[in-house]
Design a protein around this ligand. Structure first.
Ligand SMILES: Nc1nc2c(ncn2[C@@H]2O[C@H](COP(=O)(O)OP(=O)(O)OP(=O)(O)O)[C@@H](O)[C@H]2O)c(=O)[nH]1
Ligand SMILES: [Mg+2]
Length: 332
């Protein structure tokens, strides 16, 4: 399932260092010649694809990137140090456009691939450059040039890694709303969600993982009933499913079985996909009944059953810890 993550950033390459005017002063040399060195180049700004990043989340917080300036020239024709290139890491698959014209500047697909996006200014020339037969003692030098400044539009087609599935009204949209910045419609009737909602959930490490809230599955979905097939196709590309069961439903175990039946009927290995089973709306049951239900569902699913209340934001830390563990992402 794809969804576009976007960010707009400004990149400033470094300014070139100024050239200087200086003259040699040496013992026994009567008239020292011009010896002012050139300024160093300003640092470039370079984007580099990094396979450890999944989203453009970090660019929501930092949008300005400034590479260091070149240093001034020195005496004795010493050239100033160049500014180091500023390397900005982006996820693989990031498309880079000039924000003003929309022109595609590059597409960073492979880890390590680089795209220079702003060139540092040239250093100025020191007066040593202006020595001529007519002028044996030039005072002239030039200033460094400004580095380039660009506004860039970054775009990334996100793949949902985690799919939230369950019957209509289980609370899937409520969960993605409480975990991410996504604001899907939530309502007390089935089929509120008609197209998948995606949300970026921050990992312990700071980057994000994309969760998808899939429209409710019902019996016959694998044959196209309800919102049907299309959504099962979306789930195919996720790495992990969070299977959500409404604890307040009349028959939660049947609800679970219906969804599993549809995953099996659809095929493509969906029923083998790593899964986390979650009972939602736990505050609707008294503790005894809840414990009983949790045990029965664990037996039926053969998996540990986590307890949450999406609406009351309960049990979410344990759920996320389980998600990171399943995805092989280090917690802290
Ligand atoms: N009591 C209680 N109600 C909840 C909880 N989570 C969600 N709900 C309610 O359950 C109803 C359905 O929630 P949604 O998030 O829209 O459910 P959904 O699974 O996305 O439903 P569809 O989009 O129709 O498939 C809403 O009225 C929510 O407020 C919870 O933890 N406790
Ligand atoms: Mg929904």
């Amino acid at each position: 399932m794809q969804f576009i993550d976007q960010a707009r950033i400004a990149v400033h390459a470094g300014r070139g260092g100024d050239g200087i005017a200086a003259f040699r002063r040496e013992k026994y040399v009567p008239a020292g010649g011009p010896s002012g060195g050139d300024g160093g180049r300003g640092g470039d700004v370079v984007l580099r694809a990094d396979g450890n990043l999944q989203t453009l989340l970090d660019f929501k917080y930092k949008r300005q990137f400034v590479a260091p300036d070149g240093r001034r020239g020195g005496p004795n024709k010493a050239t100033g140090a160049s500014g180091d290139a500023l390397v900005i890491k982006v996820p693989c698959g990031t498309e880079v456009r000039d924000a003003r014209t929309g022109i595609l500047l590059g597409d960073l697909t492979e880890t390590g691939q680089e795209l220079p996006v702003a060139f540092g200014g040239r250093g100025g020339l020191g007066n040593a450059h202006y020595l001529s037969n007519r002028n044996r003692a030039p005072e002239k030098f030039t200033e460094g040039r400004d580095g380039e400044i660009w506004q860039l539009q970054l775009e990334l087609k996100l793949l949902a890694e985690v799919g939230i599935i369950g019957l209509p009204n289980a609370g899937k949209s409520t969960l993605i709303a409480v975990l991410s910045a996504a604001r899907p419609k939530i309502a007390d009737y089935p089929f509120t969600t008609l197209v998948p909602n995606l949300g970026v959930v921050r990992r312990p490490s700071g980057d994000g993982t994309v969760f998808a809230d899939i429209p409710g599955l019902i019996a016959g979905a694998s044959q196209g009933a309800g919102l049907g097939h299309d959504f099962l196709r979306h789930i195919e590309r996720t790495r992990l499913l969070v299977h959500m069961v409404d604890a307040g439903s009349a028959a939660p175990l049947d609800d679970y079985a219906v969804v599993m039946g549809e995953l099996e009927a659809y095929g493509h290995g969906l029923d083998q996909r790593p899964r986390i089973v979650v009972l939602n709306k736990i505050e609707l049951l008294d503790p005894e009944a809840l414990k009983q239900l949790q045990m029965e569902l664990a037996v039926l699913s053969g998996l540990e059953v986590l307890l949450i209340s999406a609406a009351a934001a309960q049990g979410l830390e344990a759920l996320l810890a389980a998600v990171w563990q399943e995805l092989g992402i280090q917690s802290s």
